[in-house]
Design a protein around this ligand. Sequence first.
Ligand code: BG6
Length: 508
Amino acid sequence: MTPHANPLRDPQDRRLPRIAGPSSLVIFGVTGDLSRKKLMPAVYDLANRGLLPPGFSLVGFARRDWADEDFAQVVHDAVKEHARTPFREEVWNQLAEGFRFVPGDFDDDTAFAKLRKTIEELDEVRGTGGNYAFYLSIPPKFFSTVIGQLKEHGLAEQEGGSWRRVVVEKPFGTDLATARQLNAVVSEVFAQESVFRIDHYLGKETVQNILAFRFSNAMFEPVWNCNYVDHVQITMAEDIGIGGRAGYYDGIGAARDVIQNHLLQLLALTAMEEPASFDADALAAEKTKVLGAVRLPKDLGRDTVRAQYTAGWQGGAKAVGYLEEEGTDPDSKTDTYAAIKLGIDNRRWAGVPFYLRTGKRLGRRVTEIAVVFQRAPHSPFDTTATEELGSNAIVIRVQPDEGVTVRFGSKVPGTSMEIRDVSMDFAYGESFTESSPEAYERLILDVLLGDSNLFPRTEEVELSWKILDPIEEYWDKNGKPARYQAGTWGPVEADEMLERDGRSWRRP
Ligand code: BG6
């Protein structure tokens, strides 16, 4: 036994695959993009990896005149196009036997009665054991209707040892007030441990690795604080525009779309204290604590920037400006880029700014967390020797090039002393033979297993809106978004924001 093994804490060998027990997954909004591109392929990939039980069943619910076979065909095409793992006929055939489709509107009682009958039949024929996960991949305005229907039709109540869980896709509201309303609707019917709010960033391998990196090693945590860190930059850059999503995106914008959830979760994982254990409760407690300590800048005009892309070039192709995208309001003030400086009021992070930025149609797709260190307190070298030496940094590369980089200074070979930045790289692709599962594979499996570690709690969602609301209000009242050309790294205003602090954005 290793000195750290605690048999009371390790009832099960964690190296064994975690396989879901008998269950059905019901997807509302099954005709949507998310379902086709992410959920259906993830279900197949899980089956292909042997992580679903043999009788696992997938039920689609939507307003389409489809038979089970039509639904199966749609899943088949989605899997062929988007699955991560190779298509295997025998896996597909077994999985497809458990596909059912229930046509109907969300307010249609008959359809919900049919849904109940369908899943109960699956219990009989495929042994799904009365265990149902309901996945709401639908606009939030329909949440209360669907949740009400599940309650009315006796589908929300756990009985005789079986479980009922609900999976809620973002957006969890558009501000604190709407998030609270939504939470009230959900918690009236489902207990906290049965509600799984998806933030797909938490399902990413590299995001889970933040805690492994920080807390399973001895050499990083001692410098992970205001004594050594100068600032932290969290970047989520996308090269895509808004595609066909104007209906959702216009009026919402980049900050609500991804800062409120993904980026603040990344901040929480980067800045939180070590949890007492890896339990959902212990993790949530630490994340909640650090989100509660986040402080907004005093001058929101100085330390936040929002902007909109104008026409430009991307990947050799012409890209239209945001206001020319199909479906956007020509006078829209929606931000497609947002940069925000935050502080954290605790002993570990006193005085260390956290700069968050995100944008659509930026130079390239990259998400990373860069912890940038202070300069060495003293240098025995001539200033000319260190002219090209930057700050030390640890960069957690979330995507697409998954890994961690440590940047430090090194002597340039030669007869004089000249010091320049070099980097030491860990790349997933080189260190591991397994490829990273898609976030949705991990998250759907966790829902079926009832493991809520990777799902944000109500408190985290509400605290994140508390951080964002004053910024959105300020933007709303003050002028128009800045501009940046598609294919560039954002507006000059964001560069100026960091220059005023004597810093600059990384160019990943
Ligand atoms: C979603 C946002 O949550 O995340 C999208 O709504 C964004 O606007 C997407 O494009 C990015 O996800 P990923 O995993 O590609 O970084």
